[in-house]
Every structure is written in structure tokens, then in C-alpha cells.
Design a binder for this molecule. Structure first.
Ligand code: MN
Length: 406
């Protein structure tokens, strides 16, 4: 059985205020061409199909087109919701579409959707686990245990009360992402004689991150790879650079496009997974070629604007330009956009910016909270600290943005 593993399409995403829709349509078309050559039995879509819980109409249209094209080719689709998606909206129509071989994760209710596929080696069970948060898992299981103990209460009062008490304690102990995933995965009745495949969207400890992902301060969103020990392949989404975590068969395929300059040096790809008899899993990658690359350029204004410098390059790529001139160029962004229309960021690397950087490097950025980082930024910009009122406002705003982002 051959499967193409994709994740983190983030359809509708804007990068530095540039819409990625045209680039996303281009790359999905390329993926269909790969599918025509590779002839996979299925495509695994490991979450973050959209960039926002309420995606723009164009993004919905694009996903609709992509799923239809796969379905026309008789390629099964196994898609789950990620942290950027609304689980309910992704689940819409899932039972109808399942009949056509497009399987979308339902909203988590304590069970994990299983789809069985057959090939010459037997059955492959594909499990669709939507992105889960501890509060969601706790809520679902608390509700379940309440229901069960009520039923038991009618038959044997004493036993019912005990069971309720015992269950509640265990459910309340689902505090971390690791607890939540352990609970969700352990509820799956795995048949270990069959080949089992899991599609999931979580942050597995040890994976290396990049800037287009949502950073969770303190690393509380991490789960241990041992949770997945019984699966033959785990198709992961959430982390944007392709990599495996621990064994080769617990894998992030990465985004199909570069969504931040921290990814400029990466090569994006799709992962092809082939399962033969139980225990025989082979993995390969096929590189993707974007409509416009996302890359970094560095030099003086005179250098980067000389014809020799850019003649052999695609000047419509998405660019971050770092000028090394000691003096800022007046209207630099506008002037450079005449040559490089998709210039996204203009930075300077000179005496002034290096001095600023030293202040930031005193303490590792990752150890700080969003509020602390913003306080530093404010101080740098205004040469005075934030007032208590401003801090309170910012803190509330950060909280609000985080809630909306999840
Ligand atoms: Mn993502």
C-alpha cells in the first residue's frame, strides 16, 4: 500500500501580508501531478488544512477542489483537523464524504475514527486523531464517566458511587498534552497482527521547530513519542520542517511551502510511505518546486541593485533583504520593490543593529513569556518601560489572541 503524507497546508495563509493562495494552488497542482506518477492508494493530511478556524472563501474553494481531484483519481483521503482548524468545520459532511473515500476526522468524542483498507498483504487500519488539547480530552472523558456511573447506579448503588469517584480522580489527572494523548491513544483497541497507521497533529518531544509554527511557552504542548510505539507508521503534522522523531516511521512531512524565513534554507517535499507485510515500511521524499521561492539576500544597496546580482535569479521570489550599508537607504523598501516586487522584509546589518541585538542576546529568548518579550520590545522602541495599565492590557490581549489561535 502506497500513501502520500502531507500536512500543514495552511490554506488561506498570509505571510508578511502576502497572500499565499496562488502559491498554494500551484503546489497542490504539483502534488496532483506527483500523485499521477506515484499512483498512491491514499493521501494522509495531518492537520492544519486551513490557516484559520474560519478560513476565507477562496481557501475553502481550494481545499474543495483538491479533495475532489483526489477523489476523481480514486485516491482515498485521510484528513484530520489541526490546531489552526475548527474541528467542527472540518468534520462537516464527513459521513457523507466517507462514502466517496474522503475521510475527515469527526469531532473528538472519546473514540478514534478507524478506516480499514485492504491490499495483497491484508488489512491496513488508518486511525484519524484530530488535534487534541488536555481540556477537550478531560471534558469528554468526564462526561463519559458521569454517564457510565449513572447507569451503574441503578443496578448497584454502592459500586456506582465508588466507580464514579475512581473515574473522576483519573480524569482530573489529565493535565498535560502527554496525559491527554496517552488517554486518547490507549482507548484504541489495536489489533497488533494488522498494520496500524495513525494520523495525528501534536508536538512530539525532540522535534526541531521553526518560526511559522505557534510557539507554546514552556513546552507544555509536548508529548512523548513512546505513546505511538504500537503503530507501524505515524503521519504527523504541526512541525513545519520534514523530520522523523526517534524511529523513522514517526514522521513529520513538513509544510508544502516555506511559511517563514527560518525555513528559507529548507527543501520542502512530500513523504511517500510504502507498507508491505507487517514490519516492512519504506519511506522516501519527493521534492516540491514552488511558484516563488522564499529566500534571503544580503549585501549593500549598490550590490543588490546591480544587474549582475539579480539577472540570473527569480526576482519575483519572496525575499528578505538585509542591507549592510551603515546609513539607512531613504525609501529603501519602495525602491527595492521596483526590482523585487515581492520583497517581504527589509533589514539592516550594521553597527546600529548589532548593538541592538546584543541587548536581546543577554537572555535566551525562549525562556521568556510573550509579555516579557513585548515589554522588551516596547522598551527598545520607546526608551521607557510599560506602565502597569499597559502591561495589563497587553497581557489580556495576548491571552485573547492565544485563545483565538487554538
Ligand atoms: Mn501548522
Amino acid at each position: 500500500m502506497k500513501l502520500i503524507h502531507l500536512s500543514d497546508l495552511h490554506l488561506g495563509k498570509r505571510v508578511n501580508e502576502f497572500s499565499m493562495l496562488e502559491d498554494q494552488a500551484f503546489i497542490l497542482k504539483q502534488i496532483l501531478e506527483i500523485a499521477d506518477r506515484e499512483k498512491p492508494d491514499g493521501v494522509l493530511l495531518a492537520g492544519d488544512l486551513y490557516d484559520k478556524p474560519v478560513p476565507p472563501a477562496e481557501a475553502v474553494g481550494l481545499l474543495d477542489w483538491f479533495l475532489t481531484e483526489l477523489s476523481v483519481r480514486k485516491i482515498a483521503v485521510f484528513a484530520i483537523s489541526g490546531n489552526h482548524d475548527s474541528a467542527e468545520r472540518i468534520a462537516f459532511g464527513s459521513r457523507l464524504m466517507g462514502d466517496r473515500g474522503v475521510f475527515l476526522s469527526p469531532v473528538y468524542d472519546g473514540t478514534v475514527e478507524k478506516v480499514e483498507m485492504q491490499d495483497e498483504y491484508g488489512t491496513v487500519c488508518v486511525y484519524l486523531l484530530p488535534f487534541l488539547k488536555p481540556a477537550v480530552v478531560r471534558g469528554v472523558w468526564k462526561h463519559k464517566s458521569d454517564g457510565e456511573s449513572e447507569a451503574e447506579y441503578g443496578e448497584d448503588a454502592e459500586y456506582g458511587e465508588d466507580a464514579e469517584h475512581g473515574e473522576d480522580t483519573a480524569v482530573d489527572q489529565i493535565r498535560t498534552y502527554d496525559d491527554a494523548l496517552r488517554r486518547a491513544v490507549s482507548s484504541i483497541q489495536l489489533d497488533l497482527s494488522k498494520r496500524n497507521l495513525l494520523v495525528s497533529h501534536q508536538f512530539v518531544t525532540g522535534a526541531s521547530r521553526c518560526e511559522s509554527e505557534e510557539i507554546f511557552v514552556g513546552g507544555l504542548d509536548q508529548i512523548d513519542a513512546s505513546i505511538f510505539d504500537d503503530f507501524d507508521y505515524v503521519a504527523l503534522g504541526h512541525i513545519h520542517s520534514p523530520q522523523h522523531v526517534g524511529r523513522e516511521t514517526v514522521r513529520y512531512c513538513g509544510t508544502p511551502l516555506k511559511y517563514s524565513f527560518s525555513e528559507a534554507g529548507q527543501e520542502k517535499s512530500v513523504t511517500v510511505v510504502e507498507l508491505k507485510e507487517k514490519g516492512d515500511v519504506s519511506i522516501s521524499t519527493i521534492p516540491l518546486r514552488p511558484l516563488r521561492d522564499l529566500r534571503k539576500i544580503k549585501g549593500t544597496y549598490l550590490e543588490v541593485t546591480s544587474r549582475d546580482f539579480y539577472a540570473q535569479t527569480n526576482t519575483s521570489d519572496y525575499l528578505q533583504i538585509t542591507l549592510t550599508d551603515e546609513e539607512d537607504i531613504l525609501d529603501g523598501l519602495q525602491k527595492l520593490r521596483i526590482i523585487y516586487p515581492n520583497l517581504m522584509q527589509l533589514e539592516y546589518d550594521n553597527q546600529r543593529t548589532r548593538e541592538n541585538q546584543e541587548i536581546l542576546q543577554v537572555q535566551a529568548m525562549e525562556e521568556k513569556s510573550e509579555l516579557e518579550l513585548f515589554e522588551e520590545f516596547y522598551q527598545l522602541q520607546n526608551n521607557q518601560p510599560m506602565s502597569e495599565e499597559q502591561k495589563e492590557f497587553t497581557s489580556r490581549l495576548i491571552q485573547k489572541l492565544k485563545e483565538e489561535g487554538q
